[in-house]
Design a protein. Sequence first.
Length: 646
Amino acid sequence: MPTAASILKDVFGYDTFRPMQREVIDNVLAGHDSLAVMPTGGGKSLCYQVPALLLDGLTVVVSPLISLMKDQIEQLHAAGVPALTLNSTLTPQQYASNMDKVRRGKVKLLYLAPETLLTPRVMGLLDEVKVSLFTIDEAHCISEWGHDFRPEYRQLVDARQRFPDAVCLALTATATERVREDIQTTLGFSRSNEFLASFNRPNLYIEVARRSNAFNQVLNYLSRYPDQSGIIYCFSRRQVDDLAAKLKAHGLSVRPYHAGLDELARKRNQEAFIRDDVQIIVATIAFGMGINKPNVRFVIHYDLPKSIEEYYQEIGRAGRDGLPAGCLLLYNNADIQKQHYFIDEKEGQQRIVAEKHLEDMVDYAENGSVCRRKPLLNYFGEEYTASACNNCDHCRPANLVRPVPLNASHQVEPKQRQLPRAAAKTERTASHPDTTIPAQKFLSCVKRTGENFGMVYIVNVLTGVRNERIVANKHDDLSTFNIGSELTTPDWIKLARSLINNGYINEEGNFPFEKLTLTDKALTALKQRSPIQVGLSAHITPTPSSSRARVERAAAASDEAYNRALFAVLRQKRKDLADLEGVPPYVIFPDRTLVEMSTYYPQRLTSLKQISGVGKVKLERYGSAFLLTICDFCRSHNLKEISKPQ
Ligand code: ADP
Ligand code: ZN
């Protein structure tokens, strides 16, 4: 008999439940209507997806946004779970065929927008089948006190009455007492069936700063996250357009997103972001509700948000995968004035609510020196008792977190890589083919692209990959574009690693990619055309040794203990597979899975199965492709499998 734990491992590939997941799942399986309140990234989806696979009937999931449904369904399909949607974007044939599958019991999860659910056609269909679980996602939409009230959500109460035998689960990331109460009263839930997870997101580094020289502040911040995904929230459409244009002029991979763009442009920009073709989205608050991208590494607020709830919801979009991520709030007095101006336009209750929200937000931003997590969590009725979180600007200055100033290549002393002595020696004595020409190509490509890009990007330019970023940066026009056919992609990466280890290149930035800059040694070698002998058996970021502390650190998938060169190769593999299937890369595997693969080097199916995120269907579907890549890499780097601590 499958159990919640076996479903978690076999289907989703995860070893342990996140806080509160287990409790919610058990309560639902026991037949109690429940409200689960968890922060964004807390793992709400599994709270209904696991029961859906254990209950014999259909699970209906009401969700307000088509894009979110589509994303969930793609992820479920990748894990081999039969899930479908009925919505207005389907052709009549698709619609009918999906209805038929539901009728024939071929579907475990059916995703519906509330207005679709309420149509007589769908209601009629649901009368014909057994509905076991009725899930209301984004349940705060039911409350006028929430930030996203939707009148059609109110009608879900009647809809729910139509399935008296189904258990009902409401989910939200909005934790204010008032909204929670509202949801429960409206749906008639009892208080004892409320599950409130902690709203602390320990992996987020939280910063607040007065906005002075806004653009430079943003550039400065972005230099900490080269090549990584992030969102910048602005107040107005004009700000979005201006900032996006300026960032683009700086060579950054960026797209705007706001309600003034036509639907097609919005969709295209969002899709490019989700698929890792574009790194940064500058947006009004209209962006983010509909996306589930787990590897967003930073969120910047370029302006003061209207409420703590909104702020928290938005920063919550960073680091859903649990890996380190950063949040920066920039504000000044003009923002406050501006918001007052808009509040003055409102009337009655709405105005009172808006004033209170703004007041709380300003208090939070201006708070002198206590840990940011204290007032933030306090707002959601939670007491943060630790004296310091060690992950906010009040507990640990940002410059101690990631010491990478703007234009790092000009301002920072070359970072000396600490190579194990023995490794460095082998490197020098082993016999290698002459690497002068490819090394020259690589170094000049780093130079010609402005010393602003990571390893994979440079390799893509050299090997003639015409992806969206490269085209946008016009790097397909460079003389170094597509001149690297003598080496394979993994070999280029090995070469790059060797160049780093031999002091030709500095790596700056942090997880998951560095930005490469040239050292004086490289500049001299290029100028004098001197031989560059570095070997292709690169030495990489120190791999976990057998020492216990090391392995434990690796188990936490810290951003230090994994092999970055392998990660880069696996990331490319994932992107290739994702493009082939037309899905976002994270649908194939989340970053954490690749980090674990780059930590333990699994080289057999049985060990691959131990890696987080590798369920049965994904193992079958993608296992051999990833194993092949890992084995290849490990063979050429002489790396052995490390058993993952259970
Ligand atoms: P939410 O809806 O609460 O914002 P999601 O359900 O989208 O969060 O989950 C966020 C991410 O965390 C997803 O990528 C999901 O696969 C992952 N996740 C959820 N539960 C677990 C778990 N128990 N172990 C590992 N990863 C998990
Ligand atoms: Zn703190």
